[in-house]
Design a protein. Structure first.
Length: 261
């Protein structure tokens, strides 16, 4: 088995990288498109296990062609059995109707958001699997609750074979067009917090929600934490990130400050 040990300057930004690989299992980051200037940049991930695939937050309408093109380098669309959506935001899930039309996958999303899906143009909900608040399983993968981080109905996914936690918006960073990189470890963690702080203080609900998440994450055997925006935490960067989040004041903790008082 092996993990991607490339430095940030070696990463293939456009085509993506295999983050973890063993005999029959791959956890893949699908790369960033050239056309994302002005948009919130998003990370999409594909897990390939044997002949079957799982997509994690495959994203909105705008990036659909790029994601399809990178996915099909690894697997036929008809072999995708699960598609996971961590929450209801458009950057996560506005592509649901298109993914339903090009795959025969089961789609997993929080029970809280199932009844909102017809607003994305989905009339047939028969392939939608609502996820309970307590989480559950999606095949071999663990679905873990991460409510209020930031959405009130939010889940993340742990792959126990790759030991990678797909983290939805938790750990998101906002890059400038000129300065993007894939990995965070102890060498660049401190400067990376400046790119995370604004999002986490304003979008996450409270320090109570952060502490609940950190406690759940610390119970896992983790080699990487992979967010939906920004960079992937590895090595010492994992503990540094969890400790940073555990001490963060955000959302309702600082509501007066947010409201400009
Ligand atoms: Fe979000
Ligand atoms: Fe997001």
């Amino acid at each position: 088995m092996s993990y991607c040990e490339k430095s940030n300057s070696e990463v293939d930004i456009e085509n993506g990288e295999i983050l973890y690989e063993d005999g029959d299992h791959k956890f893949i980051w699908l790369g960033w498109g050239k056309l994302e200037g002005g948009l919130i940049q998003t990370n999409q991930y594909l897990i390939v296990n044997g002949s079957k695939g799982t997509l994690l937050d495959p994203g909105g309408i705008h990036i659909f062609p790029k994601v399809v093109s990178n996915v099909t380098k690894y697997i036929d669309l008809e072999d995708i059995e699960y598609i996971f959506f961590s929450h209801q935001d458009p950057d996560v899930s506005s592509g649901i109707p298109m993914w339903l039309s090009v795959t025969s996958a089961q789609v997993y999303v929080s029970d809280l958001w199932v009844r909102f899906l017809p607003h994305f143009g989905i009339s047939d909900l028969s392939r939608i699997q609502g996820i309970a608040d307590r989480g559950g399983k999606m095949g071999n993968y663990d679905i873990i609750p991460a409510h209020f981080m930031h959405s009130p109905g939010e889940h993340i996914v742990y792959d126990p074979q790759a030991k990678i936690l797909f983290n939805s918006d938790i750990g998101a960073a906002v890059f400038s067009d000129e300065n993007k990189y894939l990995f965070v470890d102890e060498d660049n963690f401190d400067e990376h917090t400046a790119l995370m702080e604004g999002f986490h203080k304003r979008y996450l609900a409270s320090s109570n929600a952060c502490k609940y998440y950190v406690n759940r994450a610390k119970q896992l055997d983790l080699k990487m934490i992979a967010p939906q925006h920004g960079a992937i935490f590895r090595d010492r960067g994992i503990d540094m990130f969890l400790n940073w989040l555990n001490g963060l004041q955000c959302g309702s903790d600082i509501i007066s400050q947010i409201a400009g008082e």
